[in-house]
Design a protein around this ligand. Structure first.
Ligand code: ZN
Length: 476
C-alpha cells in the first residue's frame, strides 16, 4: 500500500480541482436545477476516464460516474447545490450581495462535490497504477438543501450494490463525522376556503388563514406530548394575501418534522395530520397535504470511522501562512462575542485531556488546525441530512475539514465570502486525500469491509430502510 501516491497525485492536480470548485461557486444553482454545476463535475470525471450515467432517479442533474469492475464497490457522494438569497462578494468582510437576491454557496457544496470527485479520481488512479480489482463510483447528488435528492436516489435503488460509501462536508474543524442526525419530513399543508368581504359578508366566507392558524395552535399544544428530541417547525408559504378586508380563501404551511428516527417522525406526523384535519373541520375549509421530501437519520459506522481517522492523522495538520490566518481573523471579528466564547468552551470540551495552555492555543487560532479525537456516538446532531438515506444502503463514513474561519456558521454570508479562499481549497484537498486514502484501505483489506458490514447490520437491526416519501411524489 502506498498512500503517498494519493497525496502526491492530489497535490499534482490541485490547480484543476480548485478551478472546478471555484467555477461551481461562480454558478450557484439551487435544489434540483443544477445543470451547469453537474456539467462541470461530469466533464472533470469524463476527462478522467469515468463512464457517466445521467438522469438518475428521475432527476435530470443527478448522475453516476463509474470506473473499474468487480468488488469492492466504493461510492463517493458529491453535492453541488447552493442556497437561495445568499449571494455574496468573495473575500468581502461584510455582507455585500454579488447579485441582489441571488443564490450563493453558503454551505460549501461547491467544494463538497469537487473534493469528493477528486477523491474518486485519485482512488481510480491508484487502482490503475497498482492493477487492483474494484469499482469506484461517484454519485452526483442534487438538492441536499431541501429536496432530499439522496432519498429519491435511495428509493430508486441507485445505491444498491455498494460495499462502502465515503463523503465529507466542509466545516470549521477537522474530524470524522461522529454523530447521527435527525430524520425529517417536509410536508405542505394547503387549506382552501371561500373568499368574501370581511365586513359586508363575513358569514359567507370560510377562512383558510383561520384554519392554518388553528392548525399551528394545535401543533403548539402537541409539543408537550412528543419526545424531547423531536423538533417541529413551520413557515407560512401563503397567508392568503395582503388584504385584511378579504376572508382569505387560501393558506399554505410548510412543516419540518424531525426526530432521531424516521418511525418516530412518522408517529408525530400522523398526529399532526389529525390536527390539520381538525382545523379544516372547525373552519369548514378543505385540506390538501402535499409532500415535499423526507430524509432518514444518519447511521454512523465506527469501523470505517477508525480507518478514516488514521488517515487524517497520517496527513497531519494543514499549515497556513500568516496572511491566511489574518484573512480568517477578519471574519471572526465580524462575529458576536458570545460566538467566540462558545468556540473556546467547545474546544475545552473536546480536548479536555490536553493541558490548559495547549487548549488555549488551539482555541485562539483563527482556523482550528488540530484533528478532533475520534468519539463516535449514536446521538443525533440537531440537524438533518439526506446522507442519512445513503447511510442505510451501505456502511458510510464522512469527515469534516476546516474550510472556514473558526466559529463561523454554515449558511452565513461569511461562508459564501470564503468560498474561493485558499483556506477552503486547502481544506478541500485535505478531505480529498483522506477520503481517497480510506478507499485505498478498503481496496486492500476486505476484512475492514466485512467488519463494517457486520456493524452496519447490528446498528440497523430490525429498523430496515423505509423511504416515507409517497411513491406519487417526484423530485421537483
Ligand atoms: Zn451542507
Amino acid at each position: 500500500m502506498n498512500k503517498d501516491f494519493i497525496i502526491s497525485y492530489i497535490e499534482k492536480n490541485k490547480d484543476t480541482f480548485t478551478r472546478v470548485s471555484d467555477s461551481i461557486w461562480e454558478r450557484p444553482e439551487v435544489r434540483f436545477d443544477l445543470k451547469e454545476s453537474a456539467d462541470i463535475l461530469i466533464e472533470l470525471l469524463e476527462d478522467n476516464e469515468f463512464k457517466i450515467e445521467r438522469n438518475v432517479a428521475g432527476m435530470e442533474h443527478a448522475f453516476i460516474a463509474s470506473y473499474g469492475s468487480g468488488s469492492p464497490v466504493i461510492g463517493f457522494l458529491g453535492e453541488y447545490d447552493a442556497l437561495s438569497n445568499s449571494s455574496q462578494v468573495a473575500d468581502a468582510t461584510q455582507p455585500i450581495p454579488l447579485v441582489e437576491g441571488g443564490n450563493g454557496h453558503g454551505c460549501g457544496h461547491h467544494a463538497l462535490g469537487t473534493g469528493a470527485a477528486a477523491a474518486a479520481i485519485a482512488a481510480k488512479e491508484y487502482l490503475k497504477e497498482y492493477g487492483l480489482k474494484g469499482t469506484i463510483k461517484f454519485f452526483g447528488c442534487p438538492a441536499e438543501e431541501g429536496g432530499s435528492g439522496k432519498a429519491f436516489m435511495a428509493r430508486a435503488g441507485v445505491f444498491n450494490g455498494l460495499d462502502s460509501i465515503i463523503t465529507w462536508h466542509p466545516m470549521t474543524e477537522n474530524k470524522v463525522w461522529d454523530t447521527s442526525s435527525l430524520a425529517n419530513f417536509q410536508v405542505y399543508f394547503n387549506f382552501k376556503g371561500i373568499s368574501a368581504h370581511a365586513a359586508a359578508a363575513p358569514h359567507l366566507g370560510r377562512s383558510a388563514l383561520d384554519a392554518a392558524e388553528l392548525m399551528n395552535i394545535g401543533v403548539n399544544y402537541l409539543r408537550e406530548h412528543v419526545i424531547d428530541e423531536a423538533r417541529i417547525h413551520y413557515a407560512y408559504i401563503d397567508a392568503g394575501g395582503t388584504s385584511p378586508n378579504v376572508v382569505q380563501p387560501t393558506a399554505r404551511l410548510l412543516y419540518f418534522i424531525r426526530a432521531p428516527k424516521s418511525y418516530q417522525v412518522k408517529e408525530i406526523y400522523d398526529r399532526i395530520v389529525k390536527i390539520a384535519e381538525g382545523a379544516a373541520l372547525m373552519t369548514e375549509t378543505e385540506l390538501e397535504i402535499k409532500w415535499d421530501s423526507a430524509c432518514s437519520e444518519y447511521i454512523i459506522n465506527e469501523t470505517l470511522g477508525k480507518v478514516m481517522y488514521e488517515n487524517m492523522k497520517h496527513l497531519g495538520e494543514i499549515q497556513y501562512s500568516q496572511e491566511e490566518l489574518e484573512y480568517a481573523k477578519a471574519y471572526i471579528d465580524t462575529l458576536d462575542k458570545n460566538v467566540k466564547a462558545n468556540i473556546e468552551a467547545n474546544i475545552k470540551r473536546v480536548f479536555k485531556d490536553l493541558p490548559a495552555e495547549e487548549v488555549k492555543s488551539i482555541a485562539s487560532s483563527p482556523i482550528i488546525k488540530k484533528l478532533f479525537p475520534l468519539n463516535m456516538t449514536n446521538k443525533a446532531m440537531p440537524g438533518s441530512t439526506d446522507v442519512g438515506d445513503a447511510s442505510y444502503q451501505a456502511p458510510t463514513v464522512q469527515l469534516t475539514a476546516a474550510c472556514y474561519p473558526a466559529g463561523t456558521s454554515p449558511h452565513s454570508w461569511q461562508w459564501v465570502a470564503c468560498g474561493k479562499s485558499s483556506i477552503l481549497h486547502k481544506g478541500m484537498l485535505y478531505a480529498a486525500k483522506a477520503m481517497a486514502m480510506t478507499a485505498v484501505d478498503l481496496l486492500y483489506k476486505k476484512e475492514i469491509i466485512e467488519e463494517a458490514k457486520k456493524e452496519f447490520d447490528e446498528r440497523i437491526g430490525e429498523n430496515k430502510y423505509f423511504c416515507y416519501i409517497p411513491d406519487s411524489v417526484k423530485p421537483e
